[in-house]
Each structure stands twice: as C-alpha cells, then as structure tokens.
Design a binder for this molecule. Sequence first.
Ligand code: S3P
Length: 167
Amino acid sequence: MHKTGAIVLVGPMGVGKTTIGKKLAKRLEVPFVDTDVLVTKQHGEIPKIFAELGEAKFREFEEACVLAAIAAPAVVATGGGAILSEHTRAALGETKVVYLSTDGNHMAARLVGGNRPLLKDGLADWRRIYESRRALYEQVADVTVDTSGTSLKSLVELIATRLDEIV
Ligand code: S3P
C-alpha cells in the first residue's frame, strides 16, 4: 500500500520525538508538527488538563489533534500515549510511522524537570508505562530505530534512509 505524506514519530516519553522530529523535518524539507503543542494551543497546559478534566479527556483532545496533524505532509511528533487510541492506530496505517525505541539507559536525566503528569514516580513510572505500551508501538511501526547511544545527526540520517526504503 502506498503511504500518505505524513511521517509520524511514536515512542515513549522523553525518547526525543520532538528533538529528532524537528531535525528530520528540516532534513526532509517538510513542516514539523508536535501534537502535544497542538493540544496545549487548543486546550491549555497538559498537566492542567490531566488535573482538571482527567486523562480520558486529554486522550480525546490528543486523538483529534493527531488525526488533524497526519492529514497533511509533515513530520509529526506524537505524545507517548497517542497510540493508546484504537482510532489513531488505525489511521496510522495510512502514514509512515517511525518508532523511536530506547534501552532506557540515560533516561532519568532526560525526564528531570519535565512537565509530564504521568511520571509522579519518575523512572519507575516511565519503565512501567513503556513496558505496557511497547507492543502497541511495535504494532504501528513501519520503521523501528533504536535511539540508545546514537547521536542526533546519525539518527536523523538513519531514519531518512530507512524511510526511503518504504514504498
Ligand atoms: C504522555 C506523553 C507526553 C504527553 C502527556 C502524556 C504519555 O508526551 O502527551 O504528558 O502518556 O506518554 P511526550 O511523549 O512528548 O512526553
């Protein structure tokens, strides 16, 4: 099946979806969209949404933003939990999906001072949540790239090459 223009980055919190996505978009000369930013623009800060409206409402907002973002050619960085939506997972079948995986080492430093309401217990929460979602990331991925110990520049080149191999 020929895939549409969006290139969607999925993977756990803090793996670098936004950082890598921005560089990849520049490299491929397409716009960059971050669905967490879209949710925030439309509905306010994410911790506040979780606290006042609950996670389920956040997931509704997130699903709508992901579906809107993937309709146009762009590199789209999603939130770590975007793949929890069955509707989103089905829609990702029409796009090129890059799963950014990690062995979890050096993750603690990346999560410090974050704005992530699901990580009350830091790294322990991060690990538990990643394990619970790993199969979903694998399910939607066209390309999987292990980010552990690889420089940003090499990762962007590797992803661009691997994307070229998808029809
Ligand atoms: C979440 C990940 C966050 C953000 C929200 C919930 C998750 O995005 O959407 O805090 O459930 O994994 P990042 O993956 O960009 O941190």
